[in-house]
Design a binder for this molecule. Structure first.
Ligand SMILES: Nc1ncnc2c1ncn2[C@@H]1O[C@H](COP(=O)(O)OP(=O)(O)O)[C@@H](O)[C@H]1O
Ligand SMILES: [Mg+2]
Length: 407
């Protein structure tokens, strides 16, 4: 119904972003698209957020609109939040909090975050899942999956991998409902990155968490400040720190935060990097981690021939008659065009699209696991460019890559 009210046609035209103009300039297609997704509910908000990273598929203005969905969700009502917290601790004698501020610090589509104090005086952040959200999102996905099955039968739609898209989206979105899994992922990331003293990941406090309530150490002083408020050197140093953390996750630990947008990755004035929200953290299988590292290292060194071999080894299926010569030549050109590029001179989405095109044209089936490292970097790319377009992100990776590949 919501979609009908907002006008599906407007939403779809906005998605295509083909410069469509709507009669009412205030109520333009993109604003309408954002409102429609918010009204449709959390499944669609999360879906929109994920789609916002697909700059290879959607027009830039549409991606910008979808990216704004991060902060636009109204908070839970006080009674609703208090009810959820009380239910989470119903089997305990009392709540673990001495004080609880019911004005949320932030409100997302799945949960709201509050500030509280434990009985021992520690200040904590409390992430409270919205009541009823799990049932609602599961129902949405069942519906979407049915819709996708139907779509694949419709003339002209058979080539759209609607079902695969819904499954992938569902995997990423539904796992964010599980706050206990999030606590485990947060602890694992925190353990992995302890060696980087400028990285800060809040400690989950599982002994005082409840069902649908994640309690963690509170990180004070999180705020956004514009790149203009830092010197060039400060920005450069911060971005190096971010990159080293990310490269460690990708190439050494094989546990990757796939949602490093500015609402989850904060840079502080004391040049710390604060990483929050382990709702979308994905383990990489060791062969995926290794192949990704090999590809990245060869690319950083401009070795296109080796890159092509890595892609071939990573592929799920190479058909007998595949034209491997033109595939290899294509990869060599692609790598040559990317080698020695700084962050500002490189765009990941077109690069990945060309890579997939080359594979498709030769009938080579890419392994689906590589989508997660890509998503992780795609989400981060905007922030890197905002901070320092000149950073040599390939050279910065080499020390970590060499360590990883020596193992
Ligand atoms: N440990 C924390 N300390 C301080 N602020 C936090 C903490 N955890 C979350 N927040 C605040 O709450 C916001 C939302 O938290 P997050 O875990 O990203 O939830 P969501 O899954 O809804 O995105 C963050 O952007 C941050 O402003
Ligand atoms: Mg978040």
């Amino acid at each position: 119904m919501t979609a009908i009210r907002h006008g599906c046609a407007g939403g779809l035209a906005a998605l295509r972003g083909a410069g469509t103009r709507f009669p009412d300039p205030e109520n333009n297609g993109r604003g309408r698209l954002a409102r429609m997704l918010v009204d449709l509910g959390p499944t669609f908000v999360k879906g929109g957020q994920l789609l916002s990273t697909r700059r290879d598929l959607l027009a830039p203005e549409v991606c910008d609109t979808l990216a704004q969905l991060y902060d636009r969700v109204p908070a839970m009502r006080h009674e609703e939040a208090e009810g959820a917290v009380r239910r989470a601790y119903r089997t305990a004698n009392a709540l673990p909090f001495a004080e609880f501020d019911w004005t949320p610090v932030a409100s997302g589509s799945i949960a709201c975050v509050y500030r509280a104090r434990l009985h021992d005086g520690r200040q904590v952040a409390v992430k409270v899942r919205r009541p009823g959200i799990s049932e609602r999102m599961r129902a949405d996905f069942a519906l979407l999956a049915a819709g996708a099955r139907m779509m694949e039968w419709m003339p002209g739609m058979r080539k759209v991998p609607a079902r695969r898209m819904v499954t992938q989206l569902g995997f990423a979105v539904l796992r964010q409902l599980d706050l206990a899994a999030e606590a485990t992922a947060l602890a694992a990331l925190r353990g992995n990155l302890t060696g980087l003293r400028y990285f800060r990941i809040p400690e989950p406090l599982r002994e005082v968490s409840g069902d649908g309530v994640l309690v963690m150490e509170y990180v004070p002083g999180l705020g956004r400040f514009g790149p203009g408020e830092m010197t060039r050197e400060e920005r450069r140093e911060l971005i190096r720190r971010v990159l080293h953390g990310v490269y460690q996750m990708l190439f050494l630990d094989g546990l990757v935060h796939c949602d490093m947008h500015p609402g989850n990755l904060y840079l502080t004035r004391s040049a710390e990097v604060v990483l929050l929200d382990a709702g979308f953290v994905v383990p990489l299988e060791s062969h995926v981690k290794r192949l990704f590292a090999e590809f990245f290292l060869n690319m950083s060194m401009g070795r296109g021939k080796e890159c092509a071999e890595v892609v071939l080894r990573s592929s799920e299926h190479v058909p007998p008659g595949a034209d491997l010569d033109s595939f290899r030549a294509g990869i060599r050109d692609l790598v040559a065009s990317a080698h020695r590029r700084t962050a500002g001179q490189f765009r990941l989405a077109p690069f990945a699209t060309k890579l997939f095109d080359l594979q498709r044209r030769s009938g080579i089936a890419a392994a689906p696991e590589f989508v997660f490292p890509l998503v992780s970097l795609l989400v981060l790319e905007g922030m890197i460019n905002e901070l320092d377009v000149d950073v040599d992100f390939q050279a910065e990776a080499i020390p970590t890559l060499l360590t990883a590949l020596r193992r």
